[in-house]
Design a protein. Structure first.
Length: 237
């Protein structure tokens, strides 16, 4: 099911589609090495252990090729696996059992094609900071979460100054302003507008409160290069 209207996407959204079109085929292989697997299984366990034994509907937002989706099919009656990249969704769909209780949806996380309060839990694993508008995506997550539901997400909370220079997005923006079309920038010059941004805990707290939510727990992990990634567990009172 696709709810993508290319004419409404921001440059960063389109770039994510382009990037993952070329990554999708090798994505699962790329993250199969021991460190990535240990991290991935750890996060999946962390989240699923917070859930009751049986849950109704869970939204895995920015699901990629469905690594967390697969783990969620144990407790959930239905998992909705949503991503902006149809290539990543196809790879996920190809690798999960055909009878898995999963609905694959192509849509930007900033504009979810669901009614209010229909999910018992929502999660974003390694996805929120790739979205063009994290605040909009957080508000959308809260809109579709039922009161009392669980919301888990990851976001970088600190990026060292040396990683903030990001020459490719700068060059991309300059050339876009000069009128160079995006396709030429991605395919010929390998430039993209994807920036890595960090939101400090207090800013995330403000957004969550404004969306009607409450943070229950935050855990920080320092990755190589000094980037601090924060795991949030939140709810909707
Ligand atoms: C680093 S991958 C993580 C995938 C998966 N959650 C995992 O942990 O393996 C980031 C994913 O976010 C998706 N994504 C990026 N921007 C998005 C947006 N605006 N809405 C929905 N998905 C998005 C990408 O297509 C990609 O599949």
């Amino acid at each position: 099911m696709s709810f993508i209207d290319r004419s409404t996407l921001r440059d960063q959204n389109t770039a994510q589609i382009e990037l993952h079109r070329s990554l999708a085929g090798e994505y699962r292989e790329r993250y199969r090495h021991t460190f990535a697997r240990v991290f991935s299984e750890y996060w999946n366990r962390q989240f699923t252990s917070q859930l009751p034994d049986r849950v109704g509907r869970i939204l895995d937002c920015g699901c990629g090729t469905g690594d967390l989706t697969r783990a969620l099919t144990a407790p959930a009656a239905r998992v909705v696996a949503l991503d902006i990249s149809e290539a990543m969704l196809s790879e996920g769909q190809r690798t999960l059992p055909e009878n898995a209780p999963v609905i694959w949806v192509a849509s930007p996380g900033e504009r979810l094609p669901f009614h209010d309060t229909v999910f018992d839990a929502v999660c974003f694993r390694g996805a929120l900071h790739h979205m063009a508008d994290e605040t909009a995506a957080l508000h959308e997550a809260y809109r579709v979460l039922r009161p009392g539901g669980l919301f888990a997400f990851q976001l970088p909370s600190h990026i060292p100054a040396r990683h903030r220079v990001q020459p490719r997005p700068r060059a991309y923006r300059l050339l876009r302003r000069a009128g160079v079309p995006p396709a030429h920038l991605y395919r010929r010059l390998h430039l993209h507008p994807i920036t890595m941004s960090a939101l400090p805990h207090d800013r995330v707290g403000e957004i969550v409160r404004a969306a009607g939510g409450r943070i229950l727990d935050v855990r920080d992990e320092t990755a190589t290069g000094g980037v601090v990634s924060s795991d949030y567990l939140a709810t909707k009172p």
